[in-house]
Design a binder for this molecule. Structure first.
Ligand code: ADP
Length: 192
């Protein structure tokens, strides 16, 4: 049985505090705009945005159980728990909400970490998560400005801000984000 968009919104918003749902609505708005500007599918961007943080407020133990049950990259379990909700979000979107579009599932799966060879949709959702109107962190306006002209430049600045923050806190970095960042630089150099 498929969920309508309204049913999905009802089910997802019930799993998070109002403030996080507000953030999700911002990501929906920004993702659709970016998709329209950069030639991704706006409907897929909207769907991925609705679901991207579905597991953000699940208890850590539950996230761990889902990851173990699905034997998804056991590496992830060794890194920051903040990263788990993205992978679990993709699993939940598939198993609980019947989403089968791999592009949408991947955009959910990689919205926090990024990855090498990000698709247009991955980039749109990941960047929208940084620049949605409710976001307020040092450097966000610069990322917004860059995003007006280049999806890759905006996303690179976003990933750099995350990496810098983690370095400043002496936190361990999940390497995929560094690989995603390096890959974006290569893409930008190849196109310059
Ligand atoms: N490569 C990484 N390695 C370790 N932690 C990371 C990495 N990327 C993101 N994070 C953590 O995840 C947090 C952001 O996750 P995100 O899904 O964007 O959540 P939010 O929507 O609450 O900002 C960062 O503040 C950081 O603590």
């Amino acid at each position: 049985m498929g969920y309508s968009r309204d049913e999905l919104i009802e089910a997802v918003s019930a799993q998070m505090p109002a403030k996080r749902w507000q953030h999700t609505q911002g990501v929906m708005e920004s993702a659709v705009k970016l998709a329209e500007q950069y030639g991704a599918d706006p409907e897929k961007a909207d769907l991925a945005a609705i679901l991207h943080d579905v597991a953000k407020y699940w208890p850590i133990e539950k996230l761990k159980d889902v990851l173990e049950e699905h034997q998804s990259s056991s590496e992830l379990l060794l890194y920051n728990k903040q990263l788990w909700h993205a992978e679990v979000g993709a699993i939940v979107a598939n198993h609980d909400y019947g989403i089968t579009d791999l592009e949408v599932l991947d955009a959910i799966r990689y919205h926090t970490s990024g990855r090498i060879g990000m698709t247009l949709l991955d980039k749109v959702v990941c960047l929208a998560d940084y620049i949605e109107p409710g976001r307020d962190f040092p450097g966000v306006n610069n990322i917004r400005k860059l995003a007006n002209d280049s999806l890759e430049e905006g996303l690179l600045a976003g990933l750099d801000s995350t990496i810098s923050l983690l370095v400043s806190r002496r936190e361990i970095i999940f390497p995929l984000t560094v690989l995603a960042r390096n890959d974006l630089i290569k893409q930008l150099e190849a196109n310059s």
